[in-house]
Structures are given as structure tokens and as C-alpha cells.
Design a protein around this ligand. Structure first.
Ligand code: SAH
Length: 201
């Protein structure tokens, strides 16, 4: 995975490569897909959701440049895999998941594997998690029409936020990296992606 999928496709940050090598993706996929865990693609998990392609996880992680003292917020915890990768690079990770079954499973997996600096929260991630804000790193793992305002409010000065943005029917989503400098929040497009939707109902 590291040598064939990540290094040739733009993952250059040694810390990110190490974190990707450390976290066992096979522990986060449903048992019947264990043998497929290191394939270069997204895989189905419970509740009709997906665990992202390893390359996308690595590039999103690299884009937000997590630092060892940072607290990271993730929206869309799913299997807990992305949170586990972030946990190797940050001081603490809070991941919000709206599906109770997924939140419970992710929490159990992370605990079993000893990722003690990750907290799984059940709720609507579009509201962020004000308790530990502001965040230098925010990763949104589901697609929205734009950045939910609460997440902009909770982004720290010099913070980095990555999010897939819907750009219209039949078009791929645009993965965007938002950065906060002074009071200005600006973005640049990274690459087209396909994520499950951020649901607020
Ligand atoms: N990062 C995950 C993959 C996430 S798939 C992993 O590594 O496995 C996207 C997830 O976002 C799904 O689990 C879905 O239930 C969740 N989701 C969708 N809308 C949400 C919302 N408003 N708040 C929190 N989670 C949400």
C-alpha cells in the first residue's frame, strides 16, 4: 500500500507515511472484507457507509499537516480509520459520527487497538464540537454543499480544514483545503472525490 499506492501518488510526508503504515486498515473493515483491506479503493462498512480509499485518507491527512500538539476534529467517524491515522500525528482527536451503530463500533475498535487519544462522539458533526474548539485541524469525511458555518467558527487561527464539496448533480465533488489566516478563510481545490453525503436531518 505504501510503496504502490501512496508514494507514487503524491504522499511525501514521512510522518503521514509512517502513520499509514502503523494503522492496520484490516481491523477497521467488516470481517468479510478483511482480505480486501489493502486494496486501492473505498470499501463498504455498516449502515451503507464507506471507509475511504487509503490514498484519499493519506492525501487528506497530508493536506491538513497535523502537528504533534494539535487537537484534530473529524466529522464522519465511520469505521474510525481516519481518526486512528490522525491520532498517530496529533495530541488528541475528536471524531463525530451520526450513526449510533458506527459510533459504537468505531469506539470499540479504537479502544481494542489502544488508540487512547481518540474520542468518538455521537451527534451531528455539522455543528462541530464547541467543547474543545478552536481546532488547528478539521477533517470532514462526508460531502456538503459548503463548509458548515459552525466548523468555520471552530477553526483556529492558521487552522486547516479539508472537506469534499458538492458542485452539482452528475459532477464529482471538489475536495477543498480551507485555511484561516487573520480573519480570512480561503480555499484551494485539491482533487475530485466521491464521498457519502453529510446528513443533517
Ligand atoms: N472517516 C471514515 C469514513 C467516513 S464515511 C472512516 O475512516 O471510516 C462518512 C461518515 O459520515 C459516515 O459514517 C456517515 O454516517 C457520517 N455522517 C454523515 N453525516 C454526518 C453528520 N452530519 N455528522 C456526523 N457524521 C455524519
Amino acid at each position: 500500500m505504501i510503496d504502490e499506492q501512496l508514494k507514487p501518488h503524491g504522499v511525501v510526508d514521512e510522518r503521514v507515511l509512517r502513520a499509514m503504515a502503523d494503522v492496520p486498515r484490516d481491523e477497521f473493515v467488516p470481517p468479510r472484507l478483511r482480505l480486501n483491506a489493502y486494496e486501492d479503493r473505498a470499501l463498504g462498512i455498516e449502515c451503507g457507509q464507506t471507509i475511504s480509499q487509503p490514498l484519499v485518507v493519506a492525501l487528506m491527512t497530508q493536506a491538513v499537516a497535523p502537528g504533534p500538539d494539535d487537537v484534530a476534529l473529524e466529522v464522519g467517524g465511520g469505521s474510525g480509520y481516519q481518526a486512528a491515522v490522525l491520532s498517530r500525528l496529533c495530541r488528541r482527536v475528536i471524531t463525530i459520527e451520526r450513526e449510533p451503530a458506527l459510533a459504537e463500533r468505531a469506539g470499540a475498535t479504537l479502544k481494542r487497538l489502544g488508540y487512547e487519544n481518540v474520542e468518538v462522539v455521537l451527534g451531528d458533526g455539522s455543528l462541530g464540537w464547541a467543547g474543545s474548539a478552536p481546532y488547528p485541524v478539521i477533517v470532514v469525511a462526508c460531502a456538503a454543499l459548503g463548509v458548515p458555518p459552525a466548523l468555520v467558527d471552530q477553526l483556529a487561527e492558521a487552522g486547516r480544514l479539508v472537506i469534499p464539496v458538492d458542485t452539482g448533480a452528475d459532477r464529482p465533488q471538489d475536495l477543498r483545503l480551507y485555511t484561516c489566516t487573520g480573519r480570512q478563510v480561503t480555499y484551494r481545490s485539491l482533487f475530485p472525490v466521491l464521498f457519502v453525503p453529510l446528513r443533517t436531518d
